[in-house]
Structures are given as structure tokens and as C-alpha cells.
Design a protein around this ligand. Structure first.
Ligand code: SAM
Length: 233
């Protein structure tokens, strides 16, 4: 059954905008057809189309069920702002990997200055990736300063700091029982010595991902995937 992002209002669902275009003009669905509507609350709503016109599709909710693909664990990915198209790739992959929260922050060597309006673009990527990987909960995304990042990172029970050149080997199998995990990755220029010092004061696992220097997006996607898989997310 086809999946759409939409609004749920009690026993009715509404699909508009690009999602309506896809339903009406691409898939040519009509009144009476059944689809799954997702609004990000973690549930799949099986709905039947009752009305379609060029601006809106109205549907009646037939059933509501929890989605088995939602993020099971509290895994937060913290990444310093990297170039736009690379960051958008990280947003998309983090959704597919079941990441719960994505925090983007500025650090001394960040290439991109954080602007709030980018969140609209990221939210679109999150919704599209949520639909594609058949999740029903939307990953949360937030822009932080460096000090806000430190505070949120330190609040997680298991803290994985991807530290090229100084990190150590880590037994990823130990993540089997971890449910509250934070992953921290630097931007293209990495972290300054002073920033690394502040991060290490939060007593994270100081992790090497091997001797090769990975791109920030590679390190973020790799470590998020490892944490998600090993923790049974
Ligand atoms: N400018 C840094 C340097 O040359 O040392 C490289 C930064 S790297 C491109 C971007 C980020 O990816 C790093 O801050 C780190 O978080 C992560 N990373 C890259 N390679 C890694 C590795 N082998 N082990 C752990 N983390 C790595």
C-alpha cells in the first residue's frame, strides 16, 4: 500500500502539496482507493480516499497501528556544520538508520554558517526519507551552538566521540545493551585542540574509525549505522 505524508484530524486525513501531486497525477489514485498516511507521530494510518480535487485530497481513517520501523533507541547524532549537499546526505541517511535526533552545530572550523531557514529544507528531506524507509516517526533536527552541543552531548548515557588520529579501538558489540547513545563528528576541518579538550571533559568513548581519515559525512553515516545496528535499533 502506498505511503503519503499528510495531516490527521481525528477520523479524517488530508493530503496536499507535492504529496497530493504524487497521489493524483503520478499514481492516479482515485476515490475509494486505500493508502497509508503518516504524520510523524509514529503510527501508520490506513485511509480511504473520499474526495480529490486539484488542491486537496480528503480521506477517512480506517485504522491506526504502531509502526515497527520507528527509532527504538534514543540515538542522537551531533555533527558540526559541513557543506550543504553533504549535510543533506547525512540528514537523509540518519533517517534511514533510525536516528532519533540530529543536532547540527557550529565549531571553529565549520564551513557553513547555520541559518534557521535551512530547517525547512531539512524537514522536507526527513519526510521524504521517512516515507521511503517506511518509518512513521519524524527524526527531530535542531541547530545548536558549540556550548549547547556540549551540554546535550554530555546528557547522553553512552557518548561516542569520533576522534581521528587520537581515537582508540572500540568494542562496538558493547553497544548491545545501550539505549541512550550520542555520536559526535567534526566538520571537514575537524575540531580545534581547545574544542577537543572540552569534548574530552565530557568523558566520551574516544573512538577511532581506523587509520584512514574519513570525510565528515562518511564518519557520521558509518558511526550512526554501527550504533543503530549494534544497539538493536
Ligand atoms: N581535519 C582533520 C584532520 O585532518 O585531522 C580531519 C577531519 S575529518 C575530515 C572530519 C571528522 O570525521 C572528524 O572530526 C572526525 O569526527 C571524523 N573522522 C574522520 N576520520 C576518522 C577516523 N579515522 N576515526 C574517527 N573519526 C574520524
Amino acid at each position: 500500500m502506498k505511503r503519503f505524508i499528510g495531516k490527521i484530524e481525528e477520523s479524517q486525513a488530508i493530503i496536499e502539496g507535492e504529496e497530493l501531486n504524487h497521489l493524483r497525477n503520478v499514481l492516479r489514485l482515485t476515490v475509494g482507493d486505500e493508502v497509508i498516511v503518516v504524520n510523524g507521530d509514529g503510527c501508520d494510518y490506513v485511509c480511504q480516499i473520499t474526495k480529490i480535487d486539484k488542491n486537496i485530497a480528503k480521506l477517512s481513517v480506517k485504522s491506526k497501528k504502531n509502526n515497527k520501523n520507528n527509532a527504538k533507541n534514543q540515538i542522537s547524532l551531533f555533527i558540526s556544520a559541513i557543506k550543504r549537499e553533504k549535510l543533506e546526505l547525512v540528514v537523509q541517511k540518519a533517517v534511514e538508520e533510525g536516528i532519533k535526533n540530529l543536532y547540527i552545530f557550529e565549531s571553529q572550523f565549520s564551513t557553513m554558517k547555520l541559518k534557521g531557514e535551512k530547517l525547512v529544507r531539512y524537514q522536507k528531506i526527513i519526510e521524504s526519507a521517512t516515507k521511503q524507509c517506511e518509518r512513521a516517526d519524524f527524526m527531530k533536527i535542531e541547530l545548536l551552538s558549540f556550548s549547547q552541543m556540549l551540554e546535550k552531548f554530555a546528557a547522553h548515557k553512552t557518548r561516542l566521540f569520533a576522534n581521528e588520529r587520537e581515537g582508540e579501538e572500540f568494542d562496538f558489540a558493547s553497544l548491545k545493551s545501550a539505549k541512550d547513545i550520542a555520536i559526535l563528528v567534526g566538520c571537514e576541518g575537524g575540531f580545534s585542540a581547545e574544542e577537543k579538550q572540552q569534548i574530552l571533559q565530557t568523558k566520551p568513548e574516544n573512538i577511532s574509525l581506523g587509520t584512514r581519515i574519513l570525510r565528515a559525512e562518511t564518519a557520521a553515516i558509518l558511526l550512526a549505522g554501527i550504533a543503530s545496528l549494534f544497539s538493536g535499533n
